[in-house]
Design a protein around this ligand. Structure first.
Ligand SMILES: Cc1ncc(COP(=O)(O)O)c(C=O)c1O
Length: 343
């Protein structure tokens, strides 16, 4: 059996999800008539501390409808240079929104309050005015770091005081809450909007939810339709999302434990595992010049049934999720250590 550490997106629906999907009560959601979608949206809004929510097809679509709802053409959105919205979403904010990315350093997972304040400049004909701050937690490219809730809260307050709206890309915000042992509202309630993924560590096959005020969700619903995301009997998939939110959150701790074990085993074997302030379900490994490149190691390991993604020529990422257990992690570490020897 293959051990797949490429991403937590590869998880397949649980038996409980499959049962919920086959039994789901449905209606036409574009008419607002799907009771299961409504139940999912109410559940997500309640969990995140918002008035309303909207089921969307993916994290990318959720982030995009949020950006389009907050910003008009010519506005600026402050984004971290390592964040997913800026690096991996096809430049949707610029392509479809005419929104100018105002890029800041987010090393460690959070931009500093100083650099955010510095972009909140007085009106001037030369500037794209900053309207929105986008944050990400956990921060994927920064090691899956669960951002410190105190520093996060300070930054959110600072941005709101400076007149910005704040959007959280919370694709894995439940991982962050579990890692810090705090209620997820700690990260979601104070922001204007949050996008959370059901289809990553929570295991649902499809979908994300965007949460915010009723007025924000009214606009987001319009953008979702425009983007082709108005689904009909979507309760069939939303039902799995309900199971994800009700049943799959607390077990994320197991994924974090397995990632910690994997990191320890690789470190003990002499590999340069990147350190991370509050690790979750990701392990990033840097490769010194004496070792084969990331692509070559990944290919060799793949032939032995351990698959993962290189993220640059000398760096690769391993992600734990509910389809890998402790025995898999031990086997994966042994294979990687054997295949990452100098050739
Ligand atoms: C931090 C983050 N945000 C957003 C997304 C986009 O989610 P999707 O693949 O569902 O579009 C991802 C996907 O991996 C992600 O890691």
């Amino acid at each position: 059996m293959m051990i797949d550490l490429r991403s937590d997106t590869i998880t397949r629906p649980t038996e409980e999800m499959r049962k919920a999907m086959s039994a789901a009560e449905v209606g036409d959601d574009v008419y607002g008539e799907d009771p299961t979608v409504r139940r999912l949206e109410e559940l997500a809004a309640g969990l995140t501390g918002h008035e309303a929510a909207l089921f969307v097809t993916s994290g990318t679509q959720g982030n995009l409808v949020a950006l389009l709802s907050h910003c008009a053409r010519g506005d600026g959105a402050i984004v971290g240079k390592e964040c997913h919205i800026y690096n991996y979403e096809g430049g949707g904010l610029a392509v479809l929104g005419g929104v100018m990315p105002l890029v800041v350093d987010d090393t460690g997972g959070l931009p500093s309050t100083e650099c955010v304040r510095a972009l909140c400049r007085d009106e001037n004909v030369h500037f794209a005015p900053a309207r929105l701050l986008c944050l990400e937690n956990t921060h994927n490219r920064e090691g899956g770091n669960a951002v410190d809730p105190v520093a996060y809260g300070e930054l959110v307050r600072c941005a709101i005081d400076a007149g910005l709206a704040v959007h959280l890309d919370g694709a894995r915000v439940f991982n962050a809450a579990v890692a810090w042992k705090v209620d997820v509202k700690e990260f979601t309630a104070a922001v204007d909007s949050v996008q959370l993924c059901l289809s990553k560590g929570l295991g649902a096959p499809v979908g994300s939810v965007v949460c915010g005020s009723k007025e924000f969700i009214r606009q987001a619903r319009h953008w979702r339709k425009l983007l082709g995301g108005g689904l009909r009997q979507a309760g069939v998939i939303a039902s799995a999302g309900i199971v994800a939110l009700e049943r799959m959150v607390s077990r994320l701790a197991e994924d974090h434990g397995n990632a910690a074990l994997l990191a320890t085993l690789l470190r003990e074997g002499g590999m340069d595992v990147e350190s991370c302030a509050k690790p979750t379900n990701m392990v990033y490994v840097s490769l010194s010049p004496s070792l084969p490149g990331a692509k070559e190691i990944a290919e060799r390991c793949g032939k032995r049934g351990v698959v993962f993604n290189p993220t640059s020529p000398r760096r690769f990422r391993l992600v734990t999720h509910f389809d890998v257990d402790e025995a898999d992690v031990r086997k994966a570490a042994a294979v990687i250590l054997e295949e990452a020897r100098p050739s």
